[in-house]
Design a protein around this ligand. Structure first.
Ligand code: 7TS
Length: 412
């Protein structure tokens, strides 16, 4: 078992207080905290070898280029990509998804085609397809979920046909924690000739990922949800698709030959990375990958499963008080995310009271507005955990929620 207390020492922010109480940070689905190894990597770049990449013959530029490309290799092997040229740097998952919609969708989706997503998508994996479907006269279909937060796989199978061109699915739901059966879903999509996109924003930080084994055509994730900096994300695309995609952004660094009339593109992956990239943050994401790999992704997943089991057990105390907990009850099919509704207290009020106790929760629709509406509640409170969260923090969350419910019940 990994040593959580040792891990916590690497995160200076976890030692701070809020409102005079020790911080209990439970908003990891929004963004995670950063270990010193990542922070040091940023400082090291700016202090010691800050320079532009891929263009200088001088030493600093060569050092920056080496570190920048090494980070790409680290990320590629972290997700088991066949090669680092299939890893394109973006700003975040949202940008990666939009790039697929523009660079692949605009030239491969036509009138009457069908795109399938699930009822539990983050807006970033819904709106780009709504826009694409509207522009092209395509049809967007939604796989429903059952009352336990599982996808209705029969409905999915029935939806698939030769008209299906893309299936785009969230791996782990940020709003209710469901881990979807994505390998099986990819196979079913491929059986009808559709492409399969996987939104790994909430899975890459928490479990081992093998894009080849999952057989996804596109895979997206964000650095800041896996201990890396904000402003850096990844788009992975299978080579045969990437070779036939045209870049959306053009300009410096992505060309091979340019005349006044036209240009030819640079080889992969630079063809898709116009302009000066986010050098420092890419390198620091490489440091985050090193950090996570050192702990071990399987160890992280096992630990999070055990804390999820513990949380599910503790939440039964709240359920006895009328609290509704959403999502699967089985830690094999659920990430460490607890999304719940307190019928007599608005989630925002609960969030404010919990903040006074030092507990950072998220309240709202979690950018999954159609899903939260379908749950029949105005919003939920969400605790999302990471490997540095402790069992004691779960106790404090549950005890604090009980205290808050009593406070509102007494009308004080
Ligand atoms: N997909 C999923 C499943 C997500 O959870 C998020 C962000 C995104 C895509 C978009 O990621 P971004 O880095 O481009 O913003 N989820 C959340 C959340 O749950 N709270 O804040 C952001």
């Amino acid at each position: 078992m990994l040593n959580v207390e040792d891990i916590r020492k690497d995160f200076p922010i976890l030692a701070r207080e809020v409102h005079g109480k020790p911080l209990i940070y439970l908003d990891n689905a929004a963004t995670t905290q950063k270990p010193m190894q990542v922070i040091d990597s940023l400082v090291d770049y700016y202090k010691n070898y800050n320079s532009n990449v891929h263009r200088g013959v001088h030493l600093l530029s060569m050092e920056a280029t080496d570190q920048f490309e090494l980070a790409r290799e680290k990320v590629a092997s972290f997700i088991k990509s066949k090669s680092s040229e299939l890893v394109i740097w973006t700003r975040n998952s949202s940008e990666s998804l939009n790039l697929v919609a523009y660079m692949w969708g605009r030239s491969n989706i036509t009138s009457g085609d069908e795109i399938i997503v699930t009822a539990m998508e983050h807006h970033s994996n819904l709106i780009p397809w709504q826009e694409l479907a509207r522009d092209k006269g395509a049809v967007l279909k939604i796989i429903p979920i059952d009352e336990n937060g599982y996808l209705n796989m029969d409905a999915y199978s029935e939806m698939l046909s030769t008209k299906t061109k893309l299936v785009s699915v969230v791996h782990v739901s940020n709003a209710i924690g469901t881990i979807n059966p994505v390998k099986e879903m990819a196979k079913l999509a491929h059986d009808v000739g559709a492409k399969f996109l996987l939104d790994g924003a909430q899975s890459v930080p928490h479990m081992s990922i093998d894009v080849q084994d999952l057989d996804c055509d596109f895979f997206v994730f964000s650095g800041h949800k896996m201990m890396g900096p904000t402003g850096i994300g990844v788009l992975y695309v299978k080579k045969d698709l990437l070779d036939h995609m045209d870049p959306l952004y053009t300009g410096g660094e992505m060309v091979s030959e340019v005349t006044y009339e036209k240009a030819t593109w640079a080889p992969l992956p630079m063809k898709f990375e116009a302009g000066t990239p986010n050098i420092a943050d890419a390198i620091a994401l490489g440091a985050a990958v090193d950090y996570l790999s050192e702990i071990g992704m399987d160890e992280i997943h096992e630990y999070e499963k055990s804390i999820t089991d513990y949380g599910l057990e503790k939440f039964s105390l709240l359920e006895e008080m009328g609290v509704i907990l959403f999502g699967p009850r089985n830690s094999d099919q659920r990430g460490a995310i607890f999304s719940f509704h307190t019928p007599n207290v608005h989630p925002h009020d609960l969030g404010t009271i919990m903040d006074q106790m030092g507990i950072a929760l998220r309240t709202g629709h979690h950018c999954a507005m159609p899903l939260v509406k379908s749950l029949g509640v105005p919003a939920t409170a969400r605790a999302s955990l990471y490997v540095y969260n402790t069992f004691v923090e779960i106790d404090t969350l549950v005890d604090g929620t009980i205290e808050a419910l009593k406070y509102f019940e007494n009308g004080s």
